[in-house]
Design a protein. Structure first.
Length: 357
């Protein structure tokens, strides 16, 4: 057996999203997805050849909207979160101790209220990893002053449900604002300034009751949205590009396949970013393509119109991928990279000018 694991980050909310997959069966789960990152997460899952069975939220978040509903629409995954949330649109409301299976692996849902009354910690079956949401952070913990939070409950949750795991168990938090990525049970029991061994429940509650933190900026938006599992009010899936069926890669590049370019000749500007000798060389070029070498592109974007979509082309799709980045930085919104470049164009039998076909 082999576990596939990826830790992803949303810079706006400093949220970590975790992908766990079974290498043998290609089944996977995604913990704490973010609404704005759903396309990114889907791209990674597709590139890794995984089937997403579940999205798992650790709690009803107050600082971002979950991507659970969007991913369900795109990938057919089920939505699971704690039964205490009383959320609608969920496929599975989890009770303490339930297992969520993905191939040869499972995570156990442990009730860890305190930050919120519905908080769960997901523990991998062999207890080598745990995903603590906002219950336990790296050298810290979640606040306890809203969403039925309780310092007493949080202290007991951490000591009875998390700190009872093996000392070697790696702990992955829901957030970190300093760029820290992982800790362990042993580390937090020794070094967490709020919870280390020797700190009493009374000490902890007194600390938490005097944090005096401002409410999260997105709370009034995020909490109602997350009680619907991230389903938008208009009940529709956000649309992608309206000019072509684009594929977003995990690298963040919008790609388009040769068949669309061939079938819709003239609808987009074909921008070839190779050097002149390549444009007329053995691979030739697509009929009607405009030559603008990549090393000149940033200075010559004024020659291009923002009214028509642009498909960038090079030999393999590498240089033209960078061209899409430069064009977006220059304010061009309808941009896509020809997947596989001229090599794929020829391999799929499409005609070219100026070279050997």
């Amino acid at each position: 057996m082999s576990l596939m694991f990826r830790q992803l980050f949303d810079p706006t909310s400093s949220t970590y999203t975790y992908l766990l997959g079974c290498a043998r069966t290609r089944k996977s789960v995604l913990i704490d997805p973010v609404f704005e990152q759903a396309r990114r997460d889907a791209a990674l899952i597709e590139e890794l050849g995984l089937t997403l069975l579940y999205t798992l939220d650790t709690h009803v978040h107050a600082d971002h909207v979950t991507g659970a509903w969007l991913l369900k629409q795109r990938m057919g995954s089920q939505i699971a979160l704690g039964a205490a949330t009383k959320a609608i649109n969920a496929d599975r409301l989890l009770s303490p101790g339930e297992h969520i299976q993905f191939g040869d692996y499972y995570v156990e849902a442990r009730a860890t209220p305190g930050h919120t009354n519905d908080s769960l910690t997901y523990v991998l079956g062999d207890e080598s990893m745990a995903f603590t949401g906002d219950t336990l952070l790296i050298r810290g913990c979640g606040r306890t002053d809203f969403q039925q939070g309780s310092g007493h409950a949080l202290y007991n949750s951490i000591w009875t449900q998390i700190f009872t795991l093996p000392d070697t168990c790696l702990l992955y938090p829901g957030h970190d604002y300093r760029g820290l990525t992982v800790t362990s049970v042993a580390e937090e029991k020794r070094f967490n300034p709020r919870l280390r061994e020797g700190i009493s429940e009374r000490d902890f509650v007194g600390y938490m009751d005097n944090l005096n933190l401002p409410h999260p900026k997105q709370m009034d938006i995020a909490v109602p949205a997350n009680l619907k599992c991230g389903k938008p009010d208009n009940e529709s899936t956000p649309k992608g590009a309206d000019w072509a069926p684009l594929h977003l890669t995990f690298a963040g590049i919008s790609e388009i396949v040769p068949s669309w370019v061939e079938e819709h000749s003239g609808e987009a500007v074909i921008l070839d970013v190779r050097e002149p000798d390549e444009f007329t060389g053995p691979l030739g070029h697509i009929a009607g393509a405009k030559l603008l070498p990549l090393n000149e592109l940033a200075k010559r974007t004024v020659e291009l119109s923002k009214d028509r979509p642009i498909v960038t082309v090079c030999r393999s799709g590498a240089r033209s991928a960078q061209a899409t980045v430069l064009l977006r930085q220059a304010g061009f919104s309808k941009v896509a990279n020809l997947a596989g470049g001229m090599l794929r164009w020829h391999a799929e039998g499409y005609p070219a000018e100026g070279g050997k076909t």
